[in-house]
Design a protein around this ligand. Structure first.
Ligand SMILES: [Ca+2]
Ligand SMILES: [Ca+2]
Length: 490
């Protein structure tokens, strides 16, 4: 969630203890998609996109500004869902209204059984849906009948209350009230694509979740048992972001995806390198990213290297995150592929959470580590597990796929597609908090020296290279928050 909004909500939540707050305001971040650069792309600031990769933005025909959201069918030959959502903290008794503006383009009419709507759900700490509200459902029959005119922006309020168990309409209301047990409200745009691969799209702009009253959720105490996820949650993994590093040899990595941490502060670990943004230290070669650690005097340091990150560009909560990497070797060499909470500027480490997908220290050529660091379990107290290759082979001898599957109450670490360590809230030491509920950004770096790996010795050669073939982020779409066979009345 956007830092600014989070602060407002926390502020209002604080007020609620003292007075009954009345606040009319849109709680959504980037409600008109204007925080994104113009043009079709997938960087939807503040929103979590889902579905088979079928959303984008267009600079033409928008309601306001330069951007709108276009959502269309997944063309997967099975019923599928695409869209975006945001979660806002909201305890029982919180009250809101919701709406959005939609446009049906005559050049791209939804056909077949394709349909779209705006949805508001109130959810508990385990992500169970406690209440379900939807706008009218846009479907092709109604468009043909002129119920939904084409080529004009229509206001679509969320007014229909559904039974979240049967998906039947039980009432109608403009003001939506969070029931007992609520911890948050989810505002969601849904496009349901049919199995016939029918065409069509719906445009959305100026979305609004108007919080009339925000009541803080009761704190999740240690007595609240977090639900253990089933072995496999339903749904298919869909690629939502990747960097294949296919730019020309010698280029800098894609600046729309990666920034740099620069400097030689030691990074809290007494590391020896100076991180730069030069192509000497990070560049494209042969369809791969090369992060190169060099033995050279630079800015008072004896080594240079690079530390790249997607901070302020891309961050994700939950998903499968993986990279195909060949690590370097030798004492004092410390490659890492990892994540940090995107809220780190307002919620300092380690409370923001850190998920280390892969770390290796050069004196252990046959071992990698997957670890989390959170409040009360950080630094050397991080919780994780090791993985090794068959026969004790060295990781530096080839490429391997390092990944995590991060779900609501579980993180699993994978080496070459095989799970080797899993963590759930109940496996944390007593009293320790699970903080992996907020978006995190990615980091790739190659450190030289430091407390954990120790420093390079006479056997360590330079330059050393961390080579990355790709980084891919997948999302498993869960909103079939209704049986796929049920009928949606409107
Ligand atoms: Ca707009
Ligand atoms: Ca590649």
């Amino acid at each position: 969630m956007n830092k600014l909004i989070r602060k407002s909500v926390e502020f209002l939540a604080g007020l609620a203890v003292l007075v009954t707050p009345l606040w009319a305001g849109n709680a959504l971040v980037n409600p008109g998609f204007e925080a994104d650069a113009p043009g079709e792309h997938q960087n939807l600031v503040g929103w979590t996109p889902y579905g088979p990769n079928y959303y984008n933005q267009s600079g033409s025909g928008v309601r306001h500004g330069v951007n709108a959201l276009k959502v269309f069918s997944g063309f997967t030959r099975s019923v599928n869902y695409s869209g975006v959502y945001q979660d806002i903290p909201a305890g029982p008794g919180s009250t809101c209204s919701a709406e959005g503006w939609v446009k049906i383009s005559s050049a791209n009419l939804p056909s077949g059984q394709n349909r779209a709507w705006i949805e508001v759900t109130f959810r508990d700490a385990a992500d169970s849906m406690l209440a379900l509200h939807r706008s009218r459902v846009i479907q092709s029959g109604d468009i043909r009948a002129g119920v939904f005119p084409q080529e004009v922006w229509l206001e679509l309020p969320v007014t229909n209350q559904y039974d979240p168990g049967t998906y039947t309409i039980t009432g109608s209301a403009r003001m939506l009230v969070a029931p007992a047990g609520s911890t948050r409200v989810r505002y969601q745009v849904v496009f349901e694509g049919d199995a016939a691969n029918s065409a069509g799209a719906v445009y959305f702009d100026d979305l609004n979740l108007n919080m009339a009253r925000v009541v803080p959720a009761p704190p999740a105490g240690p007595e609240v048992e977090a639900a253990e996820p089933a072995d496999e949650s339903p749904g298919e993994w869909s690629l939502i972001w990747s960097d294949e590093f296919n730019q020309p040899d010698g280029s800098s990595p894609d600046a729309s995806k990666w920034g740099y941490d620069r400097g030689g502060s030691g990074w809290g670990n007494e590391e020896l390198e100076y991180y730069t943004d030069r192509t000497n230290n990070a560049r494209i070669e042969d369809g791969k990213l090369v992060i190169e650690a060099r033995h050279e005097n630079f800015q008072g340091k004896e080594y240079t290297s690079a530390r790249m990150l997607t901070k302020d560009k891309c961050a994700w909560a939950y998903g499968r995150i993986e990279a195909r990497i060949q690590i370097p070797r030798g004492p004092g060499i410390w490659p890492a592929f990892w994540m940090l909470g995107a809220n780190i500027d307002s919620v300092p480490w380690p409370t923001c959470g850190e998920i280390d997908i892969m770390e290796n220290i050069g004196r252990e050529p046959g071992t990698v580590h997957g670890t989390v660091h959170g409040p009360g379990y950080c630094g050397a107290g991080g919780i994780g597990g090791p993985a090794a290759l068959p026969g004790g082979a060295a990781f530096a001898d080839g490429f391997h796929v390092f990944g995590v599957e991060w779900e609501t109450n579980r993180i699993r670490w994978y080496l070459d597609g095989k799970p080797y360590f899993a963590l759930t809230p109940s496996k944390l030491p007593a009293g320790r908090r699970w903080v992996y509920t907020q978006p995190q950004f990615l980091l790739l770096n190659l450190a030289v020296g430091g407390r954990w790996p120790g420093n390079p010795d006479a056997t360590t050669t330079f330059p050393q290279r961390l080579t990355v073939d790709y980084v891919r982020v997948y999302k498993k779409f869960l909103p079939p928050d209704r049986p796929a066979t049920s009928k949606i009345p409107n």
